[in-house]
Design a protein around this ligand. Structure first.
Ligand code: PHE
Ligand code: ZN
Length: 898
């Protein structure tokens, strides 16, 4: 931790462990201030590795006793590690017994064993197990676990760990015990225990093969009425993995437990997933459609880890995307399948791509850029990133695309075959990204993936977002169209030059009436309306025959590769795609590109007057009024690109100008389409029973957008009637989505009723922590009209409901302000940056992982215009000057300054 200079770990330095741990028998005497941990292991020397001392990892532990084969032994401590030099020689197994104590109540990092609202929880990924006992804390050491928990029966009636409950009973002094046996070997990062006062929703299911399982969702008493959706999502996940990949539940019992103190979203501990309450608890009155959707995908994600992550795990943490990229891909596919019809699937795809492009592309362009399989890190916690997760998922998605055949045009069957081979080869092992890619390719010989595997794997080794340039030339005499694709990739911190990537480019061609043209590659016979070209070199030409007039290309359909496309299309071309493209992703993208072009032109050429052209406004109106498009799609298509995404297109960023410009665009859309927004609000309001399905949530999203636009126009024109109606909807809302949409419409438009509404909202939901998080976030993210957001944020820090220790609460206030409110944060007086540096330091003393995430709010400071840039640098240097920073924050800050 804070001892000396942080040192980097390198992927190339991997060495197999010198010892293997066969069994672990853990006994916990749980006590909030002094928990005793007896760790009895059976080990043997790894015959493939030269003899060496045993070095066990440990952190913040009090060591009381070490016994080898029942007798005392000599040992020494070295940089936190417990080193045993005099162990029995030879291949025979030996017993090692270690007795330690720790203090869960003092554990504010939330890594290892900690207490949350009187309940014990553990978090071991990535390196938290060493805070519970001395161990070989690395994912390639897999062992069989037996766990005995002992605790006061009244305070901790429920005692849970991984696997199956094999024994339980009473002890003296009002204590009791439970003994758990996990039938599967696992790395220690998948260990978990929970002890406290919890209640469970239970469900018995029978799988396809006829085996019975017990599913349980544990929450605090009083929260049971918020567990139905999580349980439904879990049942759907079990069914989906069996149907799509033939992967069944391999446990008699599968448990989910919710805690309100959690650093991340959730954790896939074997058979005992631990979740942030945010991704479990929901009922229509307290959770929005987005919350319901997130719960479905996170429950799915953690469940799918049971195979991709747990049955096959990572050899080392550089391979993190092996489990995370693949599991994100699986949860995205799951959510798409749950959404149902093609148009709803496309909406989910657009949402996923939006995250990738706004957050991951920014990461790839900043100081923390790293490959999907990094080469080195200082603190592994800093590498749970959108690159590992979201870009990693895109890499897996491209593999699926690249194993497609004419009969299996999406590549699903080929990819499923690859997964099957992956499990045949590696079940029970700790493996690498190479092993995964090899299995998918080997199962699909002759595929584009198999033919280009080594080039394809550059997606794992090279950081940065490739640029794909596309130019088409129409030859009227030959009736042919030749598309030239060129790629390049900007330098990233550790990689100056890059080799070409394998880029699947799914495309269609439209004539200028918007009709799809059959694609016939010169020299081939088959023609389809859509094809996937595979670019494997720096550049290549592709010629299509029998084209009667100059076409408009629709490239990178469905976002077939995580690249920045520069296709040179002008506004007329894009208007054709916006009106007619049969690919919903590219139809949406055309509108976004048109809005972005308008924004960038206005910002770089100082154009005054309306930012959006009449043609674009009309085209957007046509989308909004289109009888054949889904409400959810319309909501996405009519939403302007975010300030952060607009800023990413500029080489020098003045956040205040970006903000003013986007506000102007929004006001223009609000007033020019006022009658249409009114129609949209009236037509999509719905008073029936709440259901979180894609159709009804789409209706709520669009009516919410419309309501927000109407409020903006009303405030501009001094009309109080519309805000009054919105306030009425806020009060009468039958569900949290409608209520929050109304509240946010008032807050965003800055109408006076927002104060009253915020107060009411707090009163109504003061006992619902997750709703109070929304209350803080809304205020921290509010448009900054008179420099008043920061003072408000500072005041809210003193609110009785605020706590820096609770990550959800800290995120809802501090992160919402520093990361999601660019205009409120980037102040000309630098006060936002001062606040940021104070909070990074304050959090670092409590929870370095969370502090390091906040530190990243300044990732892209070097592109800022003056006076922001210099002020940002001063603030970052202020943090850097602190002598005892955690490794977590130190790594982020030193990269930012490099
Ligand atoms: N492995 C978890 C997931 O992706 C994320 C996580 C990492 C949670 C580290 C806690 C700590 O599902
Ligand atoms: Zn995961």
């Amino acid at each position: 931790m804070r001892e000396g200079q942080p040192t980097a770990v390198h992927r190339e330095a991997y060495a197999a462990p010198a010892f293997c741990i066969d069994t672990v028998d853990l006994t916990f005497d749980l006590d909030p201030t002094k928990t005793r941990v007896l760790n009895k292991m059976r080990l043997h020397r790894n015959p493939d590795v030269a003899a060496q001392p045993l070095r066990l990892d440990g952190e913040d532990l009090n060591l009381a006793r070490v016994l080898v084969n029942g007798g005392g032994t000599s040992f020494k401590m070295d940089g936190g590690q417990l080193v045993l030099e005099n162990l029995p020689e030879g291949p025979e197994p030996f017993d090692l017994e270690i007795f330690t104590t720790c203090n869960p109540e003092k554990n504010t990092q939330l890594m290892g064993l900690y207490v949350s609202q009187g309940t014990f929880f553990t978090q071991c990924e990535a390196e938290g197990f060493r805070r519970i006992t001395y161990f070989l804390d690395r994912p390639d050491v897999m062992a069989s676990y037996t766990v005995t928990l002992r605790a006061d029966k009244n305070k901790y009636p429920v005692l849970l760990s991984n696997g199956n409950l094999v024994e339980q009973g009473a002890l003296d002094d009002g204590r009791h015990f439970a003994k758990w046996l996990d039938p599967h070997k696992k790395p220690c990062y998948l260990f978990a225990l929970v002890a406290g006062q919890l209640v469970a929703r239970e469900q018995r299911i029978t799988s396809r093969s006829g085996t019975e399982h017990l599913l349980q969702v544990f929450v605090r008493p009083g929260d049971l009425d918020k567990t139905e959706h999580a349980m439904n999502s879990l049942m759907a996940s079990v069914a989906w993995d069996e149907a799509r990949f033939g992967l069944p539940l391999d446990l008699e019992r599968f448990m989910i437990v919710a805690t309100s103190d959690f650093n991340m979203g959730a954790m896939e501990n074997k058979g005992l997933n631990i979740f942030n309450t945010k991704y479990v608890l929901a009922n229509p009155a307290t959770a929005t459609d987005m919350d319901f959707g997130n719960i479905e995908s996170v429950v799915g994600h953690e469940y799918f880890h049971n195979w991709t992550g747990n049955r096959i795990t990572c050899r080392d943490w550089f391979q993190l995307s092996l489990k995370e990229g693949l599991t994100v891909f699986r949860d995205q596919e799951f959510s798409q399948d749950m959404a149902g019809v093609a148009s709803a699937r496309a909406v989910k795809r657009i949402e996923d791509v939006r995250v990738l492009r706004t957050v991951q592309f920014a990461e790839d362009a900043g100081p923390m850029a790293h490959p999907v399989r990094p080469d080195s890190y200082v603190e592994i916690n800093n590498f749970y990133t959108v690159t590992i997760y979201e870009k990693g998922s895109e890499v897996v998605r491209m593999m699926q695309t690249l194993v497609a055949t004419p009969e299996d045009s999406l590549g699903r069957a080929g990819f499923a075959k690859g997964m099957k081979l992956y499990f045949e080869r590696h079940d029970g092992q700790a493996v690498t990204c190479d092993d995964f890619a090899q299995a998918i390719a080997d199962a699909n010989p002759g595929s584009a993936l198999a033919q280009n595997l080594s080039t394809f794997k550059r997606w794992y080794s090279q950081a940065g977002t490739p640029r794909l340039q596309a130019r088409g030339v129409y030859n009227a005499a030959e009736r042919s169209y030749t598309l030239t694709l060129k790629q390049s990739c900007p330098a990233t911190p550790d990689q100056a030059s890059k080799l070409p990537f394998v880029i699947p480019v799914t495309l269609g061609l439209l004539n200028r009436d918007g009709q799809a043209l059959p694609l016939q590659r010169a020299g081939t016979a088959d023609s389809a309306l859509q094809q996937t070209l595979v670019l494997t070199e720096a550049s290549a030409n592709f010629t299509f025959a029998n084209i009667d007039s100059e076409p408009v290309p629709s490239l990178l359909r469905g976002f077939s590769a995580p690249v920045v496309l520069e296709d040179g299309l002008n506004a007329n071309d894009l208007l054709i795609l916006l009106a007619h493209d049969s690919d919903p992703f590219n139809q949406w993208e055309a509108g976004q590109r048109l809005m972005m072009q308008s924004a960038v032109q206005a910002l770089t050429q100082d154009i005054t007057g309306p930012v959006l052209s009449d043609e674009l406004v009309t085209a957007l109106r046509n989308v909004l009024r289109h009888p054949g498009l889904d409400a959810a799609f319309k909501d996405l298509a009519l939403t302007l690109p975010s300030e952060n995404y607009i800023a990413d297109q500029l080489s020098v960023v003045d956040p205040q100008r970006v903000h003013a410009l986007r506000e102007a665009m929004r006001l223009q859309l609000a007033t020019a389409l006022q009658a249409d927004w009114q129609w949209a609000w009236d037509a999509h309001k719905h008073n029936g029973a709440y259901s979180p399905d894609a159709q009804s949530s789409g209706r709520r999203a669009l009516s919410g957008l419309a309501m927000g636009m109407l409020c903006i126009a009303a405030v501009q024109s001094g009309d109080d009637v519309t805000p009054g109606r919105v306030y009425q909807q806020f009060k009468d809302a039958g569900n949290m989505t409608d209520r929050v949409n109304a509240l946010s419409a008032l807050v965003v438009s800055g109408h006076a009723l927002s104060h009253d509404a915020l107060e009411r909202f707090h009163k109504l939901f003061q006992h619902e922590a997750l709703v109070i998080d929304k209350w803080f976030a809304l205020q921290a993210g509010a448009p900054d009209r008179a420099g008043d957001v920061l003072p408000r944020v500072r005041q809210l820090m003193k609110h009785a409901d605020f706590s820096l220790r609770n990550p959800n609460r800290a995120r809802s206030l501090i992160f919402s302000y520093c990361s999601a409110n660019p205009a409120g944060f980037h102040r000309t007086d630098a006060a936002g940056y001062v606040y940021w540096s104070e909070q990074v330091l304050a959090l670092d003393a409590i929870n370095p992982q969370v502090a390091a995430r906040l530190a990243r709010a300044m990732d892209r400071w070097s592109r800022l215009a003056e006076p922001y840039r210099s002020a940002a640098q001063v603030a970052i240097e202020r943090v850097a000057a602190k002598a005892d920073l955690s490794n977590d924050v130190r790594e982020v800050i030193s990269r930012a300054l490099n």
